[in-house]
Design a protein around this ligand. Structure first.
Ligand code: GLU
Length: 480
């Protein structure tokens, strides 16, 4: 096999979507696995819809995912007008393409007539029969487009994922390939560029399957050998329906902003249509490169489930050293927190198993840095009388206060606190203590909280809880 050369060819007409990111990933993995090359080509021939900000979004997303491309400079179709002009002129001169002067109204009338007869609509080929002289006489006077004279053929090609595909090209008809010599449409510019870049494999979404026979026929007319094709399955929503536009068009960069790790996003994307031999779920980038091949890409739609992404993020976060988690967290956390690195590290150690995203960490960690306001009623476990809650908190306070160290070790307090809890009732004892320490309905357990907060802060918070329960009139003798 020739050296593999693949390309990712996004149109910058919207943010970098998950679907496009999967296409980029599969191309990149295929190239890396085969020891080939991966190129980036920006398909910005649609002048109205292409935007620089979308191109930036795509490049940023690719960089974040680490899907590096091998062309030194980004290739843009908008800069290749002359090359398309040459190829279009060649086809026109050879009579394989022609100018069409039909007006939109004429075309619509033809379409309606065909449909009313139950014939699949296609261009009837009226302008195909003009001689060059006749066409030149009309050029400049009437508006025109360039059509490809589609040779009728029972075309068969091999899709690397879907197997043999057969198409009767006469059903396609003479498609428009350019608005004018400098303004080619997608199906034409793709063929010219794939040939110019010596692309060996085109890997793209199934939505392009109907374009492939057109591109094969255009390539043939231009004297090019077509690359091999692989069409990736559609991405479906959890309801097994085609993914909504909103989901497909949501930017991949939003996931970055929410604090998903690139490793987790890659892992999520790779499983949208492909599975490794032993049906593992968690894969590193290197494992993906080692194992990826197109044979294991499924034909049927790939169901996307965002909960899986959260789960994968949690798994990848858990596998990272705490220092690396802290580096990833850095852009998410308030500057104040970074001034207390040792304390922050302890908080990260406790919370890392609970946060699904980096952003979620901020919410989870907040009570460690500042005790939230909470109502006294939150301290009360079920129907426990208030006096018992107070008594239990005082007992806990006593145990903690008697501990010799400023920095408390959970294991050393554990037996004392649990002995007490077992005597008075676990819920009755541990609930108010945990709420007093965290100010929250849900938090890590009281021992972890004590260990992270330290003796002084733990006592301060318990004292505050007692004040809440006694309406701020905590007499010294009550506290003893
Ligand atoms: N610009 C096309 C797209 O974004 C590329 C399709 C292809 O890979 O040929 O859908």
């Amino acid at each position: 096999m020739d050296k593999v050369r693949v390309r990712f060819a996004p149109s910058p007409t919207g943010p970098f979507s998950l679907g496009n990111a999967r296409t980029a990933l599969y191309n990149w993995l295929f190239a890396r696995h085969e020891g080939g090359e991966f190129f980036l080509r920006v398909e910005d021939t649609d002048k109205e819809r292409s935007k620089k900000e979308y191109e930036d979004d795509i490049l940023e997303g690719l960089k974040w995912l680490g899907l590096t491309w091998d062309n030194a400079e980004v290739m843009r179709q908008s800069e290749r007008g002359k090359i398309y002009e040459e190829a279009l002129t060649k086809l026109l001169n050879e009579g394989r393409a022609y100018y069409c002067f039909c007006t939109p109204d004429e075309l619509e009338a033809e379409r309606q007539a065909q449909m009313s007869q139950g014939i699949p609509p296609k261009y009837g080929g009226k302008c195909r029969h003009f001689t060059k002289e006749e066409a030149s006489a009309q050029l400049g006077k009437k508006s025109a487009v360039i059509r490809f004279a589609m040779p009728p053929r029972e075309l068969e090609f091999e899709d690397m994922i879907r197997g043999k595909v057969r198409v009767d090209t006469s059903l396609i008809g003479d498609i428009v390939i350019a608005r004018n010599l400098r303004d080619p449409l997608y199906n034409f510019s793709v063929v010219v560029d794939d040939a110019a870049m010596a692309i060996t494999h085109v890997i793209r979404g199934e939505d392009h399957l109907s374009n492939t026979p057109k591109q094969i026929m255009i390539a043939e007319a231009l004297g090019f050998t077509s690359p091999q094709f692989a069409h990736l399955p559609l991405i479906l929503g959890p309801d097994k329906k085609k993914l909504s536009k909103r989901n497909l068009e949501g930017s991949l960069n939003d996931y970055r902003k929410q604090g998903y790790l690139p490793e987790a996003v890659l892992n999520f994307l790779v499983l949208l249509g492909w599975h490794p031999v032993k049906d593992r779920e968690i894969l590193s980038r290197d494992e993906m490169v080692a194992e990826f091949n197109l044979k294991r890409v499924q034909k049927g739609g790939a169901v996307m489930n965002e909960e899986k992404l959260s789960w994968l993020n949690l798994q990848h976060l858990r596998a990272l050293p705490v220092e690396t988690v802290m580096e990833h967290l850095s852009p998410f956390i308030p500057a104040e927190w970074r001034k207390r690195p040792a304390f922050l590290r302890r908080v990260v150690e406790v919370e890392r198993n609970r946060m699904k995203t980096l952003q979620e960490f901020v919410e989870l960690a907040d009570p460690f840095f500042e005790l939230p306001e909470y109502p006294a009623t939150l301290l009360i476990w079920k129907e426990t009388p208030k006096e018992i809650v107070i008594k239990n908190l005082e007992d806990a306070e006593g145990i903690i206060a008697a501990a010799p160290e400023k920095k408390l070790v959970a294991a050393e307090l554990e037996s004392q606190l649990f002995e007490m809890a077992n005597r008075t009732g676990r819920g009755e004892f541990l609930w108010p203590l945990r709420v007093a320490l965290s100010g929250r309905e849900a938090s890590p357990g009281p021992l972890e909280l004590i260990e992270v907060l330290g003796k002084e802060e733990a006592l301060r918070r318990i004292h505050h809880a007692l004040e809440l329960l006694t309406g701020g009139t905590l007499a010294p003798e009550v506290r003893s």
